[in-house]
Write a protein that binds this ligand. Structure first.
Ligand SMILES: [Zn+2]
Ligand SMILES: [Zn+2]
Length: 277
């Protein structure tokens, strides 16, 4: 499995999950032109994209989802309320319903959604699995429960929101109502909350690589997110810190410009080098 972050944050989100010659997009919250350009640079033809999974209907996640699905005859996968919230436009694209909590097969991938706490119609996160490798994603959530922890546990790569630094948000250039929304239980996770959620996931016995996602442009920096989350994990007594990386807001069609995670096949097949153990 290979995972590529094409965009992450309030200016747009799009994550590409690849296995062999097939791919899935989770969210398509950048312009159609940017999305097609990044895919082309990355060497993925739209015909290889098996589906566009939507986490929720907000523009930074859904901006070009319908247009991409319609133009390339790729199914849009979402739950009923999310599709309804997209309005008339969604009826013009091929659609596959995935009720919350259900598991579906999309080509080589098995996909499961789980509900998250966010101020959208029926927002979800996803677990995507192929050949024994799992990526789990939860972006845009203001709080969590046991379902969230379970859904993000035992994944090889966790993509999780570290939206803002709690100390920077009060000074960010947003109206007070927006700041309240962001920090509310159906808004966005701050760095401390992200660390607390990760500590619970890791306490479940899962060691994963972690991508910190959806960083606020005005109230966070990659350095603050990494430091804030790392500090909470250390305070929680996490012995073996996960490999943390903070995602940039936008990938660039340039060498090294697209953040990539790749499952290490050899590591996942210990019998190949376990002779002396
Ligand atoms: Zn968002
Ligand atoms: Zn949102």
């Amino acid at each position: 499995m290979l995972v590529a972050s094409l965009a992450s944050g309030s200016a747009g989100n799009a994550l590409l999950v690849q296995a062999g010659d097939e791919a899935l997009l989770i969210d398509a919250g950048i312009s159609l032109r940017s999305l097609e350009r990044l895919l082309a640079y990355h060497g993925v033809a739209p015909a290889q994209v098996r589906a566009v999974l939507l986490t929720h209907e907000h523009d930074d996640h859904a901006l070009s989802a319908v247009a991409f699905a319609r133009r390339h005859r790729v199914p849009l996968v979402a739950n009923e309320l999310t599709l309804a919230a997209l309005g008339e436009a969604a009826t013009t694209a091929p659609v596959e319903l995935l009720p919350v909590g259900e598991c579906g097969a999309l080509g080589r991938f098995s996909v499961e959604s789980f509900r998250v706490a966010h101020d959208a119609a029926d927002p979800v996160g996803y677990r995507v699995q192929t050949a024994g490798v799992t990526v789990a994603l939860a972006v845009d959530l203001g709080s969590w429960d046991a379902t969230t922890v379970a859904a993000l546990s035992a994944a090889d790569l966790i993509v999780i929101e570290a939206n803002h630094d709690p100390a920077l948000l009060p000074a960010a250039p947003y109206p007070a109502a927006v700041r309240r929304r962001i920090s509310g239980p159906r808004g966005h996770l701050d760095n401390t909350q992200c660390g607390q959620l990760l500590a619970q996931i890791i306490a479940n016995g899962a060691y994963s690589d972690v991508w910190l996602a959806h960083l606020s442009r005005h109230a966070n920096t990659p350095q603050m997110a990494l430091a804030g989350v790392g500090q909470v994990l250390r305070q929680a007594g996490v012995q073996c810190l996960p490999r943390l990386q903070a995602l940039p807001a936008r990938a660039h069609p340039a060498p090294g410009g697209i953040p990539i995670w790749q499952a290490c096949e050899r590591w996942r097949q210990p019998h190949l080098f376990a002779l002396d153990e």
